[in-house]
Design a protein around this ligand. Structure first.
Ligand code: MN
Ligand code: MN
Length: 471
């Protein structure tokens, strides 16, 4: 007998959609079928039943340049749950002189008591770590952190080509998975200094000093370095058409390279930087043109971009509005709560297949990051699932969301489609936009090396030849 049956919904997975009941026993999915019996039943007629969302790029309570992102692990994970995301992956960023294992223990000490849903961590490799501490990688992986974040921009984080190569080799030796923020940081620094010298301080100069061509160039260089290192590579927050061309080209050659984009690049354009609150829209890479946005939607529908994550990194309206120059504005935008619904809007307008929505928001991120038990609805998987009402309207406003920030880039936007009920390991955590569980119940997910996680090589195989002509 099932503890709970989610009855009569349309089950949607990356493979397709069909009417079925889902039977849950304890924390796991026990059965998918018809006429299932359970101690309790939830009627999901008229709704989609999908795996819980997996957002592999969030920055909760993260310190950056004198600011701290305003969502805590508690508030950010509650917001995620209310929007249908039941797995988060955040970051560990070791300070200079600090070991990765020390930094990991501290970060877990912050997150573990607070999280409302399950979560994992990526390890950031700043220059100092690459130069002195790469021998720690295997111990880090044994602690359940298997993805390593690198940067081609931002001062002490910025790896030059030789360091990027060394890091990719070391990650490959250990069987880890490399992820990269790719922009030409050193050249962007020069463009920013030139703009400031000429008195250009308005937010629009944030975009003008980070041209799309320098993102595409940087990604192209990184992919060549990865090829030399015999390494796969995952590019975070791909923001523009030229970068997409570079990725698609490598994928057509069958290389294991993966792209992620974020709601802000799919929904917003650089015009926001020229508006009355332009500073609020500062994030990196910057918001791009409408043509870039169009290219990203096509890349997403055709699978060149495999993942939509948020890069959720909220700062208050005052923190974003006050700085006197664009160079001093903390970068980052919130969207952890609305991600599933924002991407669903493309399903409604017919430009994204229903199964692609689930694939890029749930299944592929779980698979790439070795999050065993997540991202699928099948017997044996964790009972993380969302009963998603495609008719439910949600108007974004400060009062409607649970994100701990006093504005949203999507304020005033009415979305059609929102979770009716959200389950995490069989437990109802959110219902009709309200959080109904407790913080601290979430668990740390040991990624990659966990039993049941798909081996990276198999994953790379799945992706060969995925890049389609014209993306
Ligand atoms: Mn970034
Ligand atoms: Mn980020």
């Amino acid at each position: 007998m099932n503890d709970l049956v989610i009855a009569s919904g349309t089950v949607v997975t990356a493979a397709g959609a069909y009417r079925a009941d889902i039977g849950i026993r304890g924390e796991r999915v026990a059965a998918v079928g018809h006429g299932l019996a359970g101690l309790r039943t939830m009627d999901a007629d008229g709704c989609y039943v999908i795996p819980g969302g997996v957002d592999v790029h969030v920055h909760l309570q993260m310190a950056v340049g004198g600011f701290v992102s305003s969502d805590t692990f508690a508030s950010g994970s509650v917001a995620a749950a209310c929007g249908g995301t039941t797995t988060l992956v955040d970051f560990v960023e070791p300070a200079v002189g600090q070991s990765m294992l020390q930094a990991l223990a501290l970060r877990r000490g912050e997150a573990d008591p607070q999280v409302a849903v399950d979560y994992g961590l990526h390890m950031t490799l700043p220059v100092w770590q690459v130069d002195h501490a790469l021998d720690e990688l295997e111990q880090v992986m044994e602690q359940g952190v298997y993805s390593f974040k690198m940067y081609q921009a931002y001062g002490a984080l910025c790896l030059d080509d030789a360091r990027l190569y060394a890091a990719l080799r070391a990650i490959r030796r250990g069987g880890g998975f490399p992820i990269l923020h790719s922009e030409n940081g050193p050249l962007i620094d020069v463009l920013r200094a030139e703009a400031q010298d000429q008195g250009h301080v308005a937010p629009v100069w944030h975009a003008r000093t980070r041209p799309a061509a320098l993102e595409a160039e940087s990604i192209a260089r990184a992919l060549e370095i990865a090829r030399l290192a015999g390494s796969p590579l995952y590019i975070v927050h791909v923001s523009c058409g030229p970068a997409l061309e570079v990725l698609a080209c490598a994928q057509r050659e069958g290389r294991p390279v993966f792209g992620e984009t974020c709601p802000q690049y799919l929904w917003l354009t650089e015009d926001h930087l020229g508006g009355p609150h332009g500073g609020r829209f500062v994030c990196s890479p910057p918001l791009r043109s409408a043509a870039d946005q169009q290219a990203l939607w096509i890349g997403l529908s055709r699978g060149v971009l495999g993942v939509v994550s948020t890069d959720h990194c909220p700062f208050t309206a005052d923190e974003k509005d006050s700085p006197p120059a664009f160079t001093r504005i903390p970068g980052g935008l919130p969207s952890v709560e609305a991600r599933l619904s924002l991407v669903f809007q493309a399903v409604r307008r017919g430009t994204l297949a229903l199964s692609r929505w689930v694939d890029c928001c749930c299944s592929t991120p779980a698979r790439l990051f070795g999050l065993a038990g997540k991202g699928e609805l099948a017997p044996g998987y964790d009972a993380d699932l969302v009963v998603f009402d495609p008719q439910k309207e949600m108007t974004i406003s400060r009062g409607a969301l649970h994100e701990r920030v006093d504005w949203s880039p999507y304020d005033g936007m009415t979305l059609t489609g929102w979770p009716r009920a959200v389950y995490s390991r069989g437990e109802l955590v959110a219902e009709s936009g309200r959080f109904v569980s407790r913080t601290g119940r979430g668990r740390f997910l040991a990624a990659g090396l966990a039993p049941g996680a798909t081996h990276l090589a198999a994953r790379a195989q799945d992706w060969s030849g995925r890049g389609v002509e014209g993306y």
